[in-house]
Write a protein that binds this ligand. Structure first.
Ligand code: PAF
Length: 286
């Protein structure tokens, strides 16, 4: 794996890959790499692209009191994984170059940026979209792969690409889970023993909602109640929100008619975890 620390190096390396005929498949990350990221790299490769991975802990998307300072950073470890996964280029820019102090311009995520995660984390999606836009401008990939685990992020990135006319195909890859259902996340490392033991309740709650829809429930309030009923079984888990949403644009629904996203966020001690599933009601008997 080649390492680029400056924007100029990254542009040169990507130019070299493209010169050799490659389609560039970009996987943006904040490092602390795990099997979830590996699946994004794999997805890029399966779609015929040469994987390029960025590691950048983006201060713009963290709010005051969030874990920006303590977010795990270990570039050597990340580089070892990138090498093992066959990543062609690891781009780890310096904050001073990618986000020079005094930067004022950012991408406005619109109303969806204020809901769900955006309501709990004001300014988060402006920070995400701004950095993703910058990274896309530097690397100009043909393909960019995001994880479904951050569903609202993926929906907003797609909207940005469409509305700001970026020339990149956006792919959303399924969530990778531990055997007990917990979605892989760099933040799982923060969980205490008790919290880790109770964390799979998030996925169990989503599955309960999914079962309700597949057995014919079409009232989003009832589906939400089913999910909450399961969540409250775990005393270490404090729900932030539990939502039943349109699977395409994450708007609220009155009646479940088509593809639906079940999304939730919860706090386990100081750690906030999010998860979601997409459900197609037509696959059920109801
Ligand atoms: O999903 C993430 O890790 C981040 O939000 C991203 C897309 C790398 C932007 O900083």
């Amino acid at each position: 794996v080649r390492l680029a620390r400056t924007l100029a190096e990254a542009r040169r390396e990507v130019g070299r890959l493209r010169g050799g005929g490659a389609r560039v498949g970009f996987v943006p990350t904040m490092g602390a790499l795990h099997a979830g990221h590996e699946s994004l790299v794999e997805r890029a490769r399966r779609l015929g692209a040469v994987p390029v991975l960025s590691v950048f802990v983006n201060s713009l998307q963290f709010g005051p009191g969030e874990d920006f300072e303590s977010y795990p950073r270990d570039l050597e470890r990340d580089a070892t994984f990138a090498r093992r996964w066959g990543v062609a280029l690891l781009f780890a820019p310096e904050a001073a170059e990618l986000v020079p102090s005094g930067s004022r311009i950012g991408v406005d995520p619109g109303p969806l940026g204020e809901r769900l995660e955006g309501r709990m984390r004001p300014g988060h999606f402006r920070g995400v979209l701004t950095i993703v836009a910058k990274l896309l401008n530097v690397l100009r990939p043909e393909l960019a792969v995001f994880g479904q685990k951050d569903l609202q992020q993926a929906v907003l990135v797609k909207a940005m690409v469409r509305e700001l006319n970026f020339e990149v195909e956006v792919e959303v890859a399924p969530t990778v889970r531990e055997p007990d259902g917990l979605a892989l996340s760099s933040r799982n490392a923060y969980l205490s023993g008790t919290e880790r033991a109770q964390a799979p309740v998030l996925y169990r709650a989503l599955q309960a909602g999914e079962r309700a829809i597949l057995s014919g429930e079409r009232d989003p309030r009832r589906v939400r109640e089913e999910m909450l009923r399961v969540l409250v079984e775990a005393p270490a888990v404090a729900p932030d929100y539990v939502a039943v949403l349109d699977g395409q644009d994450l708007s609220e629904v009155e009646v479940i008619l088509g593809p639906t996203a079940l999304a939730l966020a919860a706090r386990l001690g100081p750690t906030r975890l999010i998860d979601n599933v997409l459900v197609n009601p037509e696959e059920g008997g109801g």
